[in-house]
Design a protein around this ligand. Structure first.
Ligand SMILES: NC(=O)c1ccc[n+]([C@@H]2O[C@H](COP(=O)([O-])OP(=O)(O)OC[C@H]3O[C@@H](n4cnc5c(N)ncnc54)[C@H](OP(=O)(O)O)[C@@H]3O)[C@@H](O)[C@H]2O)c1
Length: 305
């Protein structure tokens, strides 16, 4: 039974909505809101308590782009969680390609490096017992509708994956969306490798799908932001994107639907919304154990001292 859940990036968007939906399940006793900003976290906690009438929300301070903060959070977590939703992420802010003190880009740190450390530390301390869900994206297998090509790696070696971590694969490309798809692809591969390494936990990568009304585009340069938001609005009218309730519900599907296989990446069967399917049928590289292990090893080059 899932009684305690930790969600990263829980003060806004899909993370906050997932917290709300979890509270509708009587068996859920505690939802840890993993947030980097105390004030935003407290406001979200209060709002969630008011809407749900349940005092089950606890704030856990965590900045997933900072390994020291992740380690503190694991230490501060007072008890184990049955499920982890690795939701924080997005396009990495205005300095997305800056290299942080772990040697990776900000966009990589927020989407993947911190979550990999979080998962490893939780497992090592016995604080994650049943399910790990990683926020994937259809960008990991390409989204032609939004001009995002499928990640195109030449060797899928550890070194090539490392060049995604430190941004050197993208040379001077100043478009965060060029980094985003390959990073989410690596995230899905890393989850598959983790599923083989830790068979007692289910590892499910789940894309929330194209979700209108979250804050994800707000840190893009103004023109790109305007273009992406405009495109999302048109796509909502055309029924090609969905609302935050639908996107967050996919995380709960990943946790509670035991038919979803560990180590798989689920996303929209076609386009960016609608029925889910396992994405290795669409993009066979996702099913390659060597690529999966290489992605994990590349991450470990930046995390294991
Ligand atoms: N929306 C979509 O269409 C879509 C589609 C596919 C995948 N996704 C994925 O879904 C996830 C959530 O997206 P969203 O659209 O809900 O984003 P959002 O509205 O921008 O919310 C992101 C949340 O993550 C938090 N966050 C950002 N950096 C953080 C850090 N370093 N440490 C801790 N928390 C941090 C933010 O906190 P602050 O308020 O402090 O910034 C916020 O609570 C992301 O991983 C995204 O890549 C989204």
């Amino acid at each position: 039974m899932i009684k305690r859940v930790l969600i990263t990036g829980a003060n806004a968007g899909l993370g906050k909505e997932a917290a709300l939906q979890l509270a509708a399940r009587p068996e859920v006793e505690v939802v840890y809101l993993g947030c980097r900003n105390k004030h935003k976290a407290a406001a979200a906690q209060q709002e969630l308590e008011q809407i749900t009438g349940r005092n089950i929300f606890e704030v856990l301070e965590i900045d997933v782009s900072d390994i020291a903060s992740v380690e503190r959070a694991v230490h501060d977590l007072p008890q184990s969680v049955d499920a982890l939703i690795m939701n924080a992420g997005g396009t990495g802010g205005k300095r997305f390609s800056a290299i942080n003190n772990s040697g990776v880009t900000e966009i990589f740190a927020v989407n993947l490096l911190g979550h990999s450390v979080l998962t490893e530390r939780l497992l090592k301390s016995g604080k994650l017992t049943q399910v790990a869900v990683y926020a994937g994206s259809e960008a990991a297998r390409g989204v032609p509708e939004m001009g995002m090509p499928r990640p195109n790696l030449s060797t899928s070696s550890v070194e090539e994956f490392m060049s995604i971590c430190d941004g050197s694969a993208f040379a001077k490309n100043q478009d965060a969306t060029a980094h985003y798809g390959p990073i989410k692809y690596m995230g899905a591969l890393w989850m598959s490798a983790m599923a083989r390494r830790h068979p007692h936990v289910r590892f499910v990568t789940m894309s929330p799908g194209a979700t209108k009304g979250t804050e994800g585009f707000n840190t893009l340069p103004f023109i790109k932001q305007y273009a992406m938001k405009g495109m999302m609005q048109v796509m909502l009218w055309l029924g090609k994107v969905h609302r935050v309730e639908t996107g967050a519900a996919r995380y709960l599907t990943a946790i509670f639907d035991a038919n979803l296989e560990s180590g798989r990446f689920y996303a929209s069967k076609k386009g960016l919304t609608g029925a889910l399917s396992a994405q290795h049928h669409v993009f066979a590289d996702l099913d390659n154990p060597q690529f999966q292990d290489n992605a994990l090893l590349a991450i470990e080059r930046f995390t294991v001292k």
